[in-house]
Design a binder for this molecule. Structure first.
Ligand code: WTA
Length: 665
């Protein structure tokens, strides 16, 4: 937090440079003519004096078993409770209710990475059958009941949404851990959520390799056991049912192949359980400022209503659309905009298993052409990679089906924004740069695609009913164009309800920094037109290729290496990933070889996963700290970025440490 102002200054300069290129882009007439929300009257409907009743508009998109009697219960803030008294089932809303009119419509189009393999089209009817059968298995074989937690550590295979929806059907709280995380990282999340069942997959394809995933399950179970949490069942989906693709053996009595078990559940139906609006739907772990990940708990009614509403109105999903959000379902973006939002709208969504450049850099565009994708939602880091790969790749495909383009996960530089608009969107698709977080559940700031005039690089305005502000550390509102902290001043339906098992951390992390407001952890500014410009994190969280990582989590992975005495991790600007990872390490040995660097990098990957792969390892005699023992991160950030050191260093304990760090490399 102490660094906020300095970071704001740096980013301010960067934004000022972009400012010159500012261009205003209006939605095209043809887009406006068909948009689900093309009318500024929506802003009026959601205006302050109508809060919170305006949010009914989203809840009305769902089928409720029992209607709610109170739109928002504010009696115990910040534990806000939406659509109180209402009862519903998320699986029913995402599957069953579409059967009557759309049973043969594709819910998912699954595209395996291996082009030799046949794509799978899963209709709403197929999904219904699979979800029911698996829900029966969860109930009968695993003995799971409403309120129990189950950890999923699954890659992008069509079974993943089936499992999520099966859990939702019986009120079991799913906690999906991104498939790219290590077994150890998964084990920590099993412990925190107290899950006794782990659902995984034996293998998956990535960049032309069939990767063994089952081995991570064994590591996860072992890690959980260290903390006394016993996983008594591991359900393993096979990438090729009936055939074993992973080398890791099964543990008798604990590990079960799902395809073998499913034989007993053929044709089974399970009635969707009517859940209270506030019942937890899922946990999503995200990185915070300590090494321990935070289990964001999302509710059934508020979350689903807002996921459905934002997908319909602001991603502009129509019944005939083919929607493709290329995030992984292991992150909140995939939960909200591959699974819950689109399915609640009865949409068709694409799921792709593998790497964007396999077998070549044209893969994404071939998928867009093949399935006539009309809405495409990706991350700036991917756009920067597309730019690097060259315009020829998209140029070779017919992208004329595209109607709307979105981005999420990190600030998008105006150049990338313009490229996306011109080369992918043929200057006809609105671009929605959407700002939100695991905690917010769904989109918070974004252009209304049929209404808002956009500015490249800005996520523009709050969605109707969302009330952000830019404040000082003392909570005072700042004038236009002054960098400060982004807060949300009013509750919204999809907000996290708590951190699983840790109300105190929930209160402290999000509501104590700026009393009365939700503190997002981002720096931002608002310009004179009311448009928001996100500057990035102001806490010790990194945003690497759109993935949130805690510096502390990486530091603790490093110090778990026997020869590391101390570690300090900071981000630095990275051309493709937005932010790269630089680790300063103090060793207990003299060795400063390249081999040792490689070993440390491998160690972090093993502890956390490939997404946390350090870009730079720098050996340091000691990690610079203030007299009170705080790591001087701002200084390290400057060194990592190769910038001239700007701050006051008189609190530095040892100037020689600084000198040796700067001489290095
Ligand atoms: C960043 C992803 C700028 C931000 C949905 C936030 C963004 C963090 C944007 C949340 C955007 C997300 N412009 N920055 N459009 N969207 N961020 O929890 O720093 O994985 O706090 O949620 O990503 O990351 P998370």
């Amino acid at each position: 937090m102490a660094d906020t102002e300095e970071r704001a200054e740096v980013d301010e300069a960067e934004i000022a440079a972009h400012w010159k290129e500012e261009e205003w882009i209006h939605p095209s007439e043809s887009f406006v003519a068909q948009a689900n929300m093309a009318d500024e009257a929506v802003l009026e409907r959601f205006a302050q004096d109508k809060f919170p009743e305006s949010f009914r508009e989203y809840a009305d998109l769902l089928d409720w078993d029992e209607p709610w009697h109170t739109t928002l219960d504010s009696s115990n803030p910040p534990f806000w409770n939406w659509f109180v008294g209402g009862k519903l089932n998320a699986s029913y809303n995402c599957v069953d209710r579409h059967l009557e009119k759309n049973r043969n419509k594709a819910a998912f189009i699954f595209v395996p990475e291996d082009e030799g393999e046949v794509d799978q089209v899963i209709t709403y009817q197929d999904l219904y059958v699979r979800v029911n059968e698996f829900a029966a298995l969860l109930q009968d074989f695993c003995g799971l009941k409403a309120g129990d937690r189950v950890t999923l550590h699954m890659p992008m295979t069509p079974e993943l949404p089936v499992v999520m929806l099966a859990c939702a059907r019986i009120g079991v709280i799913h906690s999906q851990v991104f498939g790219g995380f290590s077994g150890t990282a998964c084990g920590e999340r099993i412990v925190d959520s107290e899950s006794h069942v782990l659902i995984t997959t034996d293998a998956y394809w990535r960049s032309g390799k069939l990767l063994d995933h089952k081995e991570k399950a064994d590591e996860a179970v072992a890690k959980a056991a260290e903390s006394g949490v016993v996983v008594d069942k591991v359900l393993v989906w096979r990438r090729y049912p009936g055939k074993v693709s992973a080398a890791t053996p099964m543990v008798g009595g604990r590990d079960f192949y799902v395809d073998e078990l499913m034989k007993d559940y053929k044709g089974r139906r399970v009635a969707p359980l009517s859940m209270s609006s506030d019942a937890p739907l899922f946990l999503m772990y995200t990185s915070g400022t300590t090494a321990k990940p935070k289990g964001c708990q999302h509710s059934t009614g508020g979350y689903l209503a807002y996921a459905a509403g934002t997908a319909k109105y602001y991603q502009d999903i129509h019944p005939e659309d083919v929607y493709w959000c290329m995030a992984d379902i292991g992150w909140i973006t995939g939960h909200s905009y591959i699974v819950y939002g689109p399915l609640a709208n009865g949409a068709t969504t694409v799921m792709y298993e593998g790497a964007p450049n396999w077998p070549d850099e044209g893969r994404f565009w071939n998928i867009v052409e093949k399935y006539k994708v009309s809405i495409f939602y990706t991350a700036p880091t991917a756009i920067r990679a597309f730019i690097k790969w060259g315009d020829d790749w998209p140029g070779q495909a017919d992208l004329s089906s595209l109607r709307l383009l979105g981005t999420v996960g990190e600030p998008i530089n105006p150049e990338a924004w313009m490229w996306y608009r011109k080369v992918i969107g043929a200057e006809k698709c609105p671009i929605v740069d959407t700002w939100w977080q695991t905690e917010t559940g769904c989109i918070m700031l974004s252009p209304l695609p049929g209404v808002t005039t956009t500015k490249p690089g800005s996520c523009t305005m709050p969605l109707p009913g969302v009330v952000p502000d830019i404040v000082t550390k003392d909570g005072e509102s700042l004038d236009d164009n002054l960098g400060g902290l982004l807060v949300l001043k009013q509750p919204w339906p999809s907000m996290l309800r708590t951190l699983y098992g840790d109300h105190d951390r929930f209160l402290e992390t999000y509501f104590s920094e700026i009393p009365g407001s939700y503190f997002a952890g981002d720096g931002a500014r608002r310009d004179e037109d009311g448009c928001y410009w996100i500057m990035g994190r102001v806490d010790d969280v990194l945003n690497v290729a759109g993935h949130r990582l805690s510096t502390m989590e990486i530091e603790s992975a490093l110090v778990s290496h026997p020869q590391v005495a101390e570690a300090a991790v900071v981000g630095f600007p990275h051309e493709l990933k937005g932010e790269g990872i630089c680790c300063f390490v103090t060793m207990t040995v003299q060795d400063q070889s390249e081999e040792l660097k490689a070993e440390l990098i491998a160690h972090v990957r093993e502890q956390i996963g490939a997404i946390a792969t350090p870009d730079k390892i720098r050996f340091a005699a000691a990690v610079p700290k203030t007299r009170s023992g705080k790591i001087m991160r701002r200084l390290l950030r400057d060194i990592a970025a190769g910038r001239e050191e700007v701050g006051d260093t008189t609190t530095l304990e040892d100037y020689t440490v600084l000198a040796s760090l700067r001489d290095d490399e």
